[in-house]
Design a protein around this ligand. Structure first.
Ligand code: GLN
Length: 556
């Protein structure tokens, strides 16, 4: 049994949540991270999810938000998108610890007889395994500061072993090497005019019952909670008022880290660690982005065709990638959901798409809504509406083209119709025989060759080799690519599979098998998304000026 070595590389910032989930704990984690980065420290991140799933790969995006894919093929919790976008770090799948992984490991060891007849218990065996994993992440990431966010809310039954592991680590290490930030929620009930700190008091009590004291409290609220509430929270949690911060809803999440720093957040972080800044914070890279947002004079409307329309988190990386593209193209991107099933019931409703500046068809699984999605693609193709398809969007764009242009009636993906006469999209050969769903798709980053003089090649700055992330089981069937190409479809990229298609003569019609949104950051927008936004904006402006939209494969 590996007991963690006493030596740790990074100082640890634990982040826990009080009162309830969904209050923006991730923003607090990112804010702490950016404050360290601004001061010249290297940060990385670990997220603990107290659920029993081994990873987020098999979880319904409607319930839990999107599955975030890493280069190494991890299917991680949605929060990793926030971390990697705002902290500009690369993460490995091992950085997402779940209860499922920890118990799986301990029980496997028990079955191998590694506990030598001992009774296997939550303390010390589960807690030791949690500590071992944190220690391993620390050794691998080699950062100055490791941010460790504990999912869920203090007081949850599920988080108890993790809080106990945190307690032990904080006890074992010197006081200036660890800290604990508690993110809480302070409501402003509509019938009273003041913020209510009682839920935070209860949350702090729960934390103390677990043997932990907060080093810092960040109070999330609709508005600023004010000095009186800050002092009250400080009093009952045993903190100085300068360790309690107010984080209200802001115009843009990008403002959060800087907003907190103006209250002395960054200095407090360093004071606790007894560190001096390696550089003075300027917040230049953030203010540059905020300037870009302020300069957005136009708004474009992009339609998103999706099943999980009730939960923004289900497509959060796609939303963010569109936003990043908009920041760099001078246009605010408004995303509206398109209910594709409506077009299955009433095909004439499809003309609604005319009101959109562009359409994005994101990844997805299963049969529901697929015929509606195919109608959307057909309409965009025939009516010169800028279109970007991602993963399933790529596969269905191939199906649509096969059906309506190549006249292969009944063409389909075998995912939706295993008996189709024309299996345009089919299971990858390596997927045959796979029965287990967890972690078995084609996942993670793969090298892709882009063919020169294509739209994709122009978008990627004339690069012929790129690396993007994947998450799929099906592929464009190579048996059918000649017929698609003979009818004018351009296949513009390939790995061991076809990776992109485009349509010359259309203002912007691109679909990719990969998921470029996972690598988009506010500082580095993703080229396919930028292409969609640029074309949508250009066509909108041309329409406004009464000029006919030009056709061509360029995205300038
Ligand atoms: N369902 C398709 C496949 O498995 C597409 C997956 C996706 O869009 N992420 O290949």
């Amino acid at each position: 049994m590996d007991v963690p070595e006493p030596h740790y590389h990074a100082k640890f910032v634990f982040i826990v949540g009080g009162v309830m989930s969904g209050i923006g704990k991730g923003i607090v984690t990112v804010s702490a991270g950016r404050n360290f980065i601004e001061r010249g420290f290297k940060v990385n991140v670990c997220k603990i999810d107290p659920y029993l799933n081994i990873d987020a790969g098999t979880m319904n995006p409607f319930e839990h938000g999107e599955v975030f894919v890493t280069d190494d093929g991890g299917e991680l919790d949605v929060d990793f998108g926030h971390y990697t976008r705002f902290l500009q770090i690369d993460v490995k799948k091992t950085q997402n610890i779940t209860t499922g992984q920890v118990y799986f490991e301990v029980i496997s060891r028990e079955r191998k007889g590694e506990y030598l007849g001992g009774t296997v218990q939550v303390i010390p065996h589960i807690t030791d395994e949690i500590k071992r994993r944190i220690h391993e992440i620390d050794q691998e990431t080699h950062a100055d500061v490791l941010l460790i966010e504990i999912g869920g809310t203090v007081g949850d039954i599920e988080s108890q072993p993790f809080l106990e592991a945190v307690r032990q680590i904080m006890r074992e290490r010197p006081a200036n090497e660890t800290m604990l930030i508690m993110a809480t929620y302070v409501p402003f009930p509509p019938h009273v005019s003041e913020p209510k700190t009682k839920p935070t008091q209860h949350a702090v009590r729960d934390l103390k019952a677990a043997g932990l004291n907060p080093s810092i409290i960040v109070a999330r609220a609709e508005r600023e909670i004010g000095k009186k509430a800050i002092e009250k929270i400080a009093l009952f949690s045993g903190l100085n008022a300068n360790a309690v911060f107010s984080l209200p809803d802001l115009n843009d999440v990008l403002e959060g880290p800087m907003f907190l720093d103006h209250q002395g957040f960054g200095d407090k972080l360093l004071e606790i660690f007894q560190e001096t800044p390696k550089q003075s914070p300027t917040w230049e890279s953030t203010t540059k982005l905020l300037d870009l947002i302020n300069k957005q004079t136009e708004t474009i409307v992009i339609g998103l065709t999706g099943k999980y329309t009730q939960l923004k988190d289900a497509y959060i990386s796609v939303f963010e990638a569109l936003k990043h593209a908009g920041m760099h193209e001078g246009a605010k991107v408004e995303v509206v959901y398109i209910d594709v099933e409506e077009f299955e019931k009433d095909p004439s409703a499809i003309t609604k798409l005319q009101d959109l500046d562009g359409v994005l068809l994101p990844g997805g699984f299963g049969k529901r809504g697929v015929e509606g999605k195919i109608k959307v693609i057909e309409y965009c193709r025939e009516n010169n509406i800028p279109f970007l398809g991602i993963c399933l969007g790529f596969q269905l764009a191939s199906v649509e083209f096969a059906r309506n242009v190549c006249k292969l009636n009944g063409a389909h993906s075998t995912e939706m119709d295993p008996e189709t006469r024309y299996p345009i999209v089919d299971l990858q050969p390596t997927q045959r025989g796979i029965k287990k769903l967890g972690g078995t798709m084609r996942l993670g980053a793969h090298d892709i060759d882009i063919y020169p003089n294509t739209l994709l090649w122009k978008l990627y700055g004339e690069k012929t080799k790129i690396r993007e992330r994947h998450r799929h089981r099906y592929e464009l069937n190579p048996a059918y690519t000649p017929i698609l190409q003979d009818h004018g479809l351009v296949l513009s990229a390939k790995s061991e599979f076809y990776e992109a298609l485009e349509l010359p003569g259309h203002p912007f019609f691109l679909a990719v098998q990969f998921h470029p949104e996972f690598k988009s950051t506010p500082w580095n927008p993703s080229p396919p998304y930028q292409g969609l936004v640029r074309s949508a904006l250009r066509i909108k402006l041309e329409k406004q000026e009464g000029v006919e939209a030009p056709v061509g494969t360029t995205a300038e």
